[in-house]
Design a protein. Structure first.
Length: 67
């Protein structure tokens, strides 16, 4: 038979489980932040490239598909 003290300990364990889970996740994020700070910064090879948009004639595409 379990004593009443053990039952209280089990209840406290159940109540602390979400907190332990939260602390474990927080610990993992903090470790990842440390690693990320040590990673090199990769800059683009062609920093002068400018991306632009152009108008696409969808009517011409539609008529080509229909034919």
């Amino acid at each position: 038979m379990k004593s009443l003290d053990n039952d209280d300990d089990d209840a406290n364990e159940d109540e602390n489980e979400p907190k332990r889970h939260f602390l474990e996740i927080k610990k993992q994020f903090l470790e990842a932040d440390k690693i990320a700070k040590e990673l090199p910064i990769v800059s683009p090879k062609h920093s002068d490239i400018i991306y632009t948009s152009k108008i696409i004639d969808t009517q011409a595409i539609l008529s080509a598909v229909k034919d």
